[in-house]
Design a protein around this ligand. Structure first.
Ligand code: DGJ
Length: 334
């Protein structure tokens, strides 16, 4: 009995020490600063040595900083914010939306947050996919805003734009400052485009349904010279599939047919954003995708690949293990 009690104490003591260690050193990596490249498909660490949680995210350039806003999902946080001058070394700047931000977020699930800046209201406006509960049947959009991209956002509302279901989504602010919300509707069969109100806080106009019945999600847009490009994925849950793109001279359309890009699994990733990098020599476009682990969400990683244009309307995505953007020239060095 005495031996048994002794063993019990030993195990209890060691168990408590183990638990304390486990709780106090989460996700920290030894080597913190001075990264030189983005290594695709690996965990990325912020400048504090913590794993970057910003999936389904979007990017925004403010001064010399690129801001990365994306899904966090840890400890009741929905959306976190990081910033970087080189796209390699990211500083954590704060949590923008948490379960506590608003009663409507209490049991919510937030995906694919995107932020744009409204020059007139001086507000940062976030649109996102909003679910209530554990499944995807709510299928709504939600809007939040803040005067500081690094500070908590005020949650405004969740709704179905013009009564349409709304799941995977993105925001696009055009060069004339008119902004659009693009989202998968009708059980993901349709991709709907909406024009936003001048304050970006609501959908002012339903514009068009792209590829009705096409079953597309994960929209990401770019504008290059006279053409808009939209990349989307097929709908296979967390499993990757063949990305396609289309081009148009106006967001309103007509859009081209869908054209395959990358390989049959988009290099085991799904689009979330296309980031333009304006350098002195050229403007490059960086594809940002999530390499999801549907079983263990926090094992998901990120993929950054250069988009190459072969003519005005043809774009290509090729694999590279690593990438190092030259922020001065705009070159994406592999
Ligand atoms: C694919 C979407 O793009 C993701 O954001 C997420 O909603 C998963 N489906 C869920 O299966």
């Amino acid at each position: 009995m005495k031996v048994f009690n002794g063993l019990n104490k030993f195990f209890n003591y060691n168990f408590i020490v183990f638990l304390l260690l486990f709780i106090s050193i989460p996700d920290v990596k030894g080597e913190i600063n001075g990264n030189k490249k983005i290594i695709n498909g690996t965990e990325l660490y912020d400048t504090n040595g913590h794993v970057i949680n910003a999936h389904g995210g979007g990017f925004l350039k403010i001064g010399n900083y690129y801001y990365w806003v994306g899904e966090n999902r840890k400890n009741g946080v929905f959306v976190s914010c990081y910033r970087s001058t080189d796209l390699i070394n990211w500083e954590f700047r704060g949590d923008l939306l948490t379960r506590q931000s608003h009663p409507e977020l209490d049991k919510a699930n937030i995906e694919r947050p995107k932020v744009i800046y409204n020059d007139k209201t001086k507000q940062f406006v976030m649109w996102m996919h909003y679910e209530y509960g554990r499944d995807y049947s709510y299928a709504r959009a939600a809007v939040a805003y803040s005067s500081d991209i690094e500070k908590p956002f005020t949650f405004l509302k969740n709704f179905r734009p013009f009564g349409n279901m709304s799941r995977d989504c993105t925001l696009f602010k055009d060069t004339d400052s008119v902004a659009y919300f693009i989202s998968s509707a009708r059980e993901n069969y349709d991709m709907c485009v909406y024009k936003l109100t001048d304050d970006y806080l609501d959908a002012k106009e339903y514009i068009t349904t792209l590829w009705p019945g096409g079953h597309r999600e994960a929209p990401a847009l770019l504008k290059r010279d006279k053409y808009y490009f939209m990349m989307t994925s097929g709908c296979t849950g967390w499993e990757p599939n063949q990305a396609k793109y289309a081009y148009a001279k106006s967001i309103i359309g007509p859009w081209s047919e869908l054209i395959n890009i990358g390989d049959s699994t988009t290099f085991n990733s799904q689009s979330t954003f296309i980031l333009p990098i304006e350098g002195k020599t050229k403007t490059s476009y960086l594809y940002v995708g999530d390499r999801w682990d549907g079983k263990k969400y926090f094992n998901s990683t990120y993929i950054f690949l250069p988009i190459e244009f072969t003519n005005d309307t043809s774009m290509k995505l090729n694999w590279t293990d690593k990438i190092s953007p030259d922020m001065t020239t705009g070159e994406l060095v592999k």
